[in-house]
Structure formats: C-alpha cells, structure tokens
Design a protein around this ligand. Structure first.
Ligand code: 5GP
Ligand code: ZN
Length: 112
C-alpha cells in the first residue's frame, strides 16, 4: 500500500519522532502551523475516521490519551488544540488517520 504515514511507521521515510509504542507513533509535522505541532497516528492503517470499527475504540482512546500526555510534555499544559481533519471536505490530505496537536500560540475560533 502506498501510504506516506505507513512508511513513517515502518521507518522507510524519516520523521522527527517524539513517541512510539506498540499502538501509536507521534512525530513533528513537517510543516508546523504552531510552535508545537505534532501528529499522533495509529500504527494500523485506517484511512478515514469514518472507517473506525468498534474494535478500534481502544486505539482511538489511546490516540487521544497520548495526544494530551505529549502536549503536556511539549510545554502545552496551558492549552492546545487537537484536530482530526476528515475526508475531502474536512481538509484531510493524508489518508491515514492522524490527530494534530497544536500549541504554544493563542488559538482562535472558528478554524478555517
Ligand atoms: P491533513 O492535511 O491530512 O490533516 O494533515 C496531514 C499533515 O501531514 C499535514 O499537516 C502535513 O504538513 C503533514 N505531512 C505531510 N507529509 C509529511 C511528511 O512527510 N512528514 C511529516 N512529518 N509530516 C508530513
Ligand atoms: Zn497508512
């Protein structure tokens, strides 16, 4: 399968990894949109958030748990934003689900 994030999981494409366990990998976004901007992805290939099955609920929770834990570690205890762009209208560009974590700047609402 020709998936960019599967290649990062496999180590075939380099990434600045900040955390890895048996379920997830977290790494800095190549085009950071905030002083802190990293992605948390499952090692398992799932293209879209809407492809999650009930068997993935632990994994989904673990992505969220990892995101907030690493956000605190990266100096974002005072606030941060998590985003999962989903499908074309949601602005998704890489079709392997990922949670963006952005912080260390003031966020505004609504997002674009
Ligand atoms: P999306 O637009 O799908 O929500 O987010 C994809 C993110 O992946 C973008 O923020 C983009 O900058 C990031 N990205 C794309 N290619 C690479 C890459 O090769 N390495 C890293 N670290 N991030 C990437
Ligand atoms: Zn993938």
């Amino acid at each position: 399968m020709d998936c960019l994030f599967c290649k990062i999981v496999a180590g075939e494409i380099p990434a600045k990894k900040i955390y890895e366990d048996e379920h997830v990998v977290a790494f800095h976004d190549i085009a950071g949109q905030a002083p802190v901007h990293f992605l948390v992805i499952p090692k398992k290939h799932i293209s879209l958030l809407t492809d999650l099955s009930v068997d993935d609920t632990f994994l989904a929770g673990h992505i969220l748990y990892t995101a907030q834990r690493l956000a605190k570690e990266q100096g974002c205890a005072e606030g941060f934003r998590v985003v999962m762009n989903t499908n074309d209208m949601g602005g998704q560009t890489v079709y392997h689900i990922h949670m963006h974590v952005l912080g260390q700047r003031q966020m505004s609402w609504p997002p674009g």
